[in-house]
Design a protein around this ligand. Structure first.
Ligand code: DON
Length: 599
């Protein structure tokens, strides 16, 4: 053994056994926790991915609306100001806990259209056809967002529906000033449009950058400004107005759910489908129903963790990881120390292996949630952890290698109102700008959520995803998700609200936000800003954000058999933490344009 490794190995030997234990060596090689200042408010707080959306949420609260009214307003506002992920053409999961302790999980996940089939993305030889489940009309599931918001408001809203939708209509009509990130996102995206606009017929494959943008912009209903007419790319500070989207939102404001799932909007959506050879029909739209699910509960260090059940895998996975980690003294080991990283990675690896095998839409098959959340089961899973060696993923369970499959845009918002009602909602188009299909004349983008299904059960799809029969495509079925909205309480009092986008990294980012707060004493802003790590069983790598691990920690982890994969930042975590005395602390992820606002 090389001399410099000896003390590390000795320390590891002294500090680790293959069974959980309550102590750890005094913090060695812990990464210093970066400082960051949270927003603190006395009564109410909104954290979302865009300052305009947070502002609108706060305005609704100040007008006497509750957290649920504000959620509807923020959701529709995000559909305008954050086209990359905010949506009416997608879906999501909303978790709430009322000040009275009442709780609920609203599933407005997209569904497979009635004409969808198990093999719809396969060619005659049974191979996955590249891009078919991610780009274009066939990639879209039946949108759930508007039905979800309508259902939420019907059950829990206080202000009139029109009043909570109106701010988004105003935003769309008045125009939105582009941030740097949004301008860059629009400039690098090839939108797909089937309608003839301003004398142009655009096909995705023929798109040339300058012309493409003009057609796409017209189709989205943005009033083109002179820059766009000259084929100049979007710049931060440009204002875009969403003319068609404003009309669609007005119909939703005036007619509620019907304003989207029937009448003009449904006509425009199904015409778009016909032109683009998609399969969503008027019947699919009419049949779409959001569902109330029973939230999952777990415990961690004296906190009750409320989170989302299947068809998200996120809640089950989060609770499994927390169970696996509770016996270890992560705080004493030190933040991002070799030992804490070792334990956390081993828990993640095991849980993602379970996810790939067992999780799917519970309405279409049995998901063994109860068994996966039994304490002895998770304890036994961790008992196979090696003291100071990584367990190769190939030994955790047999299975083919698959890379991370989810792309990088979704969005999350948290709201706590002055009464103490809390909302944690993650909503998505799946990939950035979803399927890239703009519904002509209606001004909104359709999701590409169909790619969250396993296109070919048992075989990696075009994005490398392996899933079992549990997540195979079937008409009306919901595709498996990783979205993990969570609300923590202590002694029945609200303590923490958390969630994030990030595809398969969602679950581990939420986990880290919780550990950062509870085990490492970080404030809400530190908890979201701190660089992150991620392991998802396969590929057998720890993804590492810059600054997450000290060089010496990296050496130690490599010596233990871990492969480190430096990766560009991921996730946009939002946290609201309740401080002693009841003030609220907001953490909005600095990786995006995210914003905490309140009063
Ligand atoms: O439901 C899911 O798990 C994915 N469609 C989420 C995608 C996502 O978070 C991409 N964003 N960053």
């Amino acid at each position: 053994m090389k001399r410099y490794l000896y003390p590390l190995a000795l320390a590891a030997l002294l500090s680790c056994t293959s069974t959980p234990h309550a102590t750890a060596p005094v913090a060695t090689l812990a990464t210093p926790i970066p400082t960051a200042t949270p927003v603190v408010t006395a009564k109410a707080l909104v954290t979302s991915a865009h300052p305009e959306a947070s502002r609108i949420g706060v305005e609704i609260l100040q007008k006497g609306g509750n957290a649920y009214d504000a959620a509807v307003a923020v959701q529709f506002a995000l559909a305008v100001v954050l086209p990359v992920a905010g949506n009416i053409g997608g879906g999501g999961f909303l978790l709430y806990r009322g000040a009275d302790g009442q709780e609920g999980a609203l599933d407005f996940r997209e569904t497979a259209p009635a004409a969808a089939t198990r093999d719809m993305y396969l060619d005659k030889q049974g191979n996955v056809i590249p891009d078919l489940s991610t780009l274009g009309h066939l990639a879209a599931g039946v949108p759930g967002t508007v039905a979800g918001m309508w259902e939420l408001h019907k059950k829990l809203g206080k202000l009139p529906w029109k009043e909570v939708v109106q701010p988004a209509v105003d935003l769309a009509a008045k125009g939105v000033v582009l941030t740097e990130k949004e301008a860059a996102g629009l400039n690098r995206t090839k939108f797909i449009t089937t309608a003839v606009t301003a004398g142009q017929h655009m096909e995705h494959s023929q798109a040339t950058p300058g012309v493409r943008m003009e057609a796409a912009v017209n189709e989205m209903g943005f009033l083109p400004n002179s820059y766009v007419r000259e084929g100049r790319p979007w710049q931060p500070g440009d204002t875009i107005r969403h003319r068609y989207l404003a009309s669609t939102l007005s119909r939703i404001r005036d007619e509620g759910r019907t304003g989207f799932y029937a009448g003009t909007t449904a006509d425009l959506l199904t015409q778009e489908m016909q032109r683009g050879h998609g399969i969503i029909t008027k019947q699919d739209l009419q049949n779409y129903q959001p569902k109330w699910r029973t939230p999952l509960h777990g415990q961690y260090r004296g906190y009750d963790v409320l989170t989302f059940p299947p068809p998200s895998s996120g809640g089950v996975a989060l609770l499994q990881m927390l169970q696996m980690l509770e016996p270890y003294d992560l705080g004493r080991a030190g933040w991002h120390s070799p030992q804490a990283t070792h334990w956390i990675t081993e828990a993640q690896r095991r849980v993602y292996a379970d996810r790939a095998t067992y999780l799917g839409d519970p309405d279409f098959g049995h998901v063994p949630v109860k068994q996966l959340l039994e304490k002895p089961y998770n304890k036994q899973r961790m008992a196979t952890t090696l003291p100071y060696r990584a367990t190769p993923s190939s030994q955790v369970t047999a299975g083919p290698n698959f890379p991370s499959y989810e792309s990088d845009q979704t969005t999350h918002y948290n709201i706590v109102d002055a009464q103490g009602n809390a909302v944690s909602c993650t909503t998505t188009l799946n990939g950035a700008y979803g399927s890239k299909v703009v519904v002509a004349g209606a001004g909104f983008l359709l999701n590409n959520e169909m790619d969250d299904f396993s296109s070919k059960p048992g075989t990696p799809n075009s994005y490398g995803l392996v899933g079992g029969a549990a997540n195979a495509i079937a008409p009306g079925k919901r595709m498996l998700s990783s979205m993990t909205p969570a609300i923590l309480t202590k002694n029945k009092k609200l303590a923490l609200v958390v969630g994030t986008p990030g595809g398969s990294t969602i679950i581990t980012s939420v986990l880290q936000a919780i550990l950062n707060t509870l085990d490492y004493g970080m404030n809400a802003q530190q908890a979201v800003a701190a660089p992150r790590l991620h392991h998802q069983w396969l590929p057998d790598l720890i993804d590492v954000e810059a600054g997450a691990l000290l060089p010496a920690t990296q050496d130690t982890l490599r010596a233990r058999g871990y492969k480190l994969n430096p990766r560009a930042p991921w996730g946009r975590v939002e946290v609201i933490r309740v401080l002693p005395g009841g003030r609220l602390e907001g953490g909005a992820d600095p990786r995006g344009d995210d914003s905490s606002q309140g009063y």
